[in-house]
Write a protein that binds this ligand. Structure first.
Ligand code: UT7
Length: 330
């Protein structure tokens, strides 16, 4: 790499936003009972670790959740919107088919410097994919100050007649500011996909001839996803550590995709990490897909748990089938 190019990309600020409506398992069980569908707080907690999730109000779009998250991350980084020269929004629930939510957000932030803004769709791995892409663009000199956001309104694509999926997901947004830096930094990232498993987690509807064709709600074979997730999360963590020239002992905190506490604890155990190194927000947020990692990261930073110098393993996994990890020094 040329000596004039930055060696590292650093996370210099984090932010997040949850829509105000908090829905507990009991609230949801009551609503589902009115439709003749049975679920319980006990089943949801035992199988997933989820106790509550947040749902956006009607009319609130992905960019509306992204805006306060981005503003909080910029404030934490001490940057103004006009300093941003790249926006990537990782989402599977964009405001509209096009234009990209990232461009809508750019306008809402008042950025008029003509810098690129685009969406990235890798479902629950989206934030890790976006982080890795932004890292590459910064380290090749194409950008200096990037906003990377994971934001979802998954409540819009849930089938509330399907108890096997509708109890699992929530809405929210998390953001980071990434900057070119001589100091670490993102130490290593790694991305993967295996499209042979596209059918186990998908929203198969599409728009054609002005109509929705197929089913526009989320479908998941939970057990198949569970089995794949458990395997790849351990493998990709080890692989990214090797790339960074580190070992499990160098991990101060683990933030896996927040989908199921059993998968998260299983991954921590395989990496021989003590329970207090695992950051958990799935209990309060549910599975917020691309937003889950930056939401958990911001919660841990604002709680004073993750501080400058800490090394954090971020791991995504989900539809596609996609997975990936980023090992980051704060
Ligand atoms: O975001 C991308 C990544 N996603 C994930 O990582 C999700 C991975 N998968 C999972 O987290 C789990 O597979 C689930 C939480 C989705 C399901 O847990 P499980 O332990 O695999 O349950 P199951 O699908 O084997 O279902 C067990 C039973 C079934 O009843 P029977 O057939 O044993 O009589 C289901 O019908 O639980 C029943 N069930 C429910 N019962 C009450 C399924 N959903 C519910 C529900 N309330 N909401």
């Amino acid at each position: 790499m040329s000596p004039t190019l930055p060696r590292y990309t650093r996370i210099t600020g984090t932010g997040s936003h949850l829509p105000p409506r908090r829905v507990t398992n009991d609230d949801l069980a009551r609503d589902l009972a009115a439709r003749g569908i049975e679920t319980t707080d006990q089943w949801i907690v035992e199988r997933t670790g989820i106790r509550a999730r947040h749902f956006a109000a009607d009319g609130v779009a992905c960019s509306d959740l992204s805006l306060p998250a981005a503003q909080a991350a910029l404030a934490a980084a001490g940057r103004r919107p006009e300093d941003v020269d790249l926006i990537i929004v990782a989402t599977s629930t964009p405001d509209m088919v096009f234009p990209a939510t990232a461009t809508i957000l750019q306008a809402k932030l008042g950025i008029t410097n003509g810098s690129p803004a685009f969406d990235l769709q890798a479902v629950c791995s989206g934030f890790i994919y976006a982080l890795s892409v932004a890292d590459s663009l910064i380290r090749t000199g194409a950008a200096k100050t990037a906003l990377v956001i994971g934001a979802e309104v998954f409540s819009r694509i849930l089938d509330f007649n399907d108890r096997t999926t509708c109890v699992l997901f929530g809405d929210g947004a998390g953001a980071v500011v990434l900057e070119a830096s001589a100091e670490p930094g993102l130490l290593a990232t790694e991305l993967h996909a295996d499209g042979r498993h596209a059918g186990i987690l998908c929203t198969p509807g599409t728009v054609a001839g002005g109509r929705v064709i197929g089913d526009p709600t989320l479908k998941m074979d939970g057990q198949a996803v569970f089995k794949l997730a458990v395997g790849v999360l351990e493998d990709v963590a080890r692989s990214v550590l090797a790339k960074a020239g580190r070992t499990e002992a160098d991990i101060d905190f683990l933030i896996p995709h927040q989908a199921n506490i059993r998968i998260m604890q299983g991954t921590a155990k395989k990496l021989k990490l003590a329970a207090d190194k695992l950051i958990v927000t799935v209990d309060e947020h549910g599975n917020t897909s691309a937003a889950s990692i930056p939401l958990a990261l911001d919660a841990a930073v604002r709680a004073g748990r993750i501080r400058r110098g800490h090394r954090v393993m971020l791991e995504g996994v989900g539809g596609g089938f996609t997975w990936g990890a980023a090992f980051v020094e704060f």
